[in-house]
Design a protein around this ligand. Structure first.
Ligand code: PLP
Length: 372
């Protein structure tokens, strides 16, 4: 409720007054942190990206005077080529969050509900609240399996499915997603932020199902979270609708140049992605050797349930380990509010030396007194 002396709040829309902003993962100040909390890539982007950025700035910044290409033409052409489609099938955004926002703007509203699986990416509820639409939540069971029938009949006009899932890391098969696309009567958004780390993806399905949208990002696999680039791959009819709602200069000049150079250097990225996957599997082995439960992961993070030396698990144990690690300047993510995540920590896969530092910290934590 607006305060008595509030000037602007009585003038705001009620849905905005009732909502909370998205809470991003912590970006700690200062140096010396082992940062395993926001699924950034531990490796730098391709050297060709850096060269392209320097070139794009131009002599004494001369190119920065000019507006960027409003349609991000060169980048969309390169992405279209990458996926074997024409540029009409691609929309680029200021991060894939921009694309998710456009999807909600265009396909959800007071009489058109949005849907999501719970728990998953916590931006979807924020966007739904901002759009003033009802949000249908389809809960996951303990094993984070895909509930095709539950989603198919949930009644939402647009459904956001994170695949591979976050924060579980569990991957869904292309066959499962095809079955869902067949049965769900609305717009199915497959948020593939982590697909480059997975065995399978739904890109080919976007060409087959005219109501399926695949969203991707340069933030995770391409080491460009700081540049803010994402894109949608979907039928041209969907792309054209999203394009109506798009900010005309939604990608700045440097973002376009960086993403273009990245997509044109697949060899470099295949190597860094393979390193992340290899480190992920080694970390999974390590935690399972400790006797801890961890979901299988198709992403660049692992959701792991820590246990004390006496075998105790639960929210108090997870919270205690989170704090212990933070005290040692190792930052992971704790989602303490949901029963499917409150006994676990989500660990982003870092470099081998970062993961060794984490492993050493886990070993020394196990030797300390249990949390209670
Ligand atoms: C990181 C992430 C995004 C956001 O990507 P940006 O391109 O950085 O906006 C979208 N969806 C999921 C599930 C993510 O984890």
């Amino acid at each position: 409720m607006p305060k008595k002396n509030s000037q602007s709040k009585p003038l705001a829309n009620s849905n905005v007054l009732a909502m909370h902003a998205y809470t991003p993962g912590e970006q700690p100040e200062g140096t010396g942190w082992v940062k395993l909390n926001t699924n950034e890539n531990p490796y730098p982007p391709s050297p060709k990206v850096v060269a392209a950025l320097k070139k794009e700035i131009g002599k004494e910044g001369s190119r920065l005077r000019l507006y960027p290409n409003p349609a991000s033409k060169a980048l969309r052409d390169a992405l279209a080529k990458h996926h074997g489609v024409s540029a009409k099938w691609i929309l680029v955004g200021n991060g894939s969050d921009d694309i998710l926002n456009l999807l909600m703007r265009v396909f959800a509203g007071p009489h058109r509900a949005a849907g999501m699986t719970t728990p998953s990416y916590s931006l979807y509820p924020v966007l739904a609240a901002l759009q003033g639409c009802h949000l249908v939540e389809v809960p996951f069971a303990n094993n984070f399996a895909l509930d095709v029938a539950g989603i198919a009949r949930c009644g939402a006009s647009i459904f956001f499915l994170t695949s591979p899932n976050a924060p579980s890391g569990v991957g869904f098969t292309t066959a499962q997603i095809a079955a869902l696309a067949q049965k769900f009567p609305g717009i199915l958004v497959v948020d593939e932020a982590y697909a480059p780390f997975a065995r399978e993806n739904a890109a080919a399905l976007a060409k087959k199902f005219p109501r399926l949208v695949v969203t991707r990002t340069f933030s995770k696999a391409y080491s460009l979270a700081g540049m803010r680039v994402g894109y949608a791959l979907a039928h041209p009819e969907i792309i054209e609708l999203l394009d109506r709602a798009r900010d005309s200069y939604n990608l700045d000049r440097l973002a376009q140049a960086a993403a273009l150079a990245a997509i044109e250097d697949p060899d470099y990225y295949q190597k860094t992605m393979a390193r992340v996957v290899k480190t992920r599997e080694a970390f999974l082995k390590k935690v399972r050797r400790l006797g801890w439960f961890a979901h299988p992961s198709q992403a660049n993070f692992v959701l792991v349930e820590p246990a004390t030396a006496r075998g105790e698990t639960g929210p108090a144990v997870a919270d205690a380990l989170f704090k212990y690690l933070k005290g040692r300047k190792i930052l992971v993510r704790y989602f303490g509010k949901h029963p499917l995540t409150h006994a676990a920590l989500r660990v982003t896969i870092g470099t081998d030396s970062e993961m060794a530092a984490l492993a050493a910290a886990l070993d020394s934590w196990l030797k300390t007194a249990p949390p209670r």
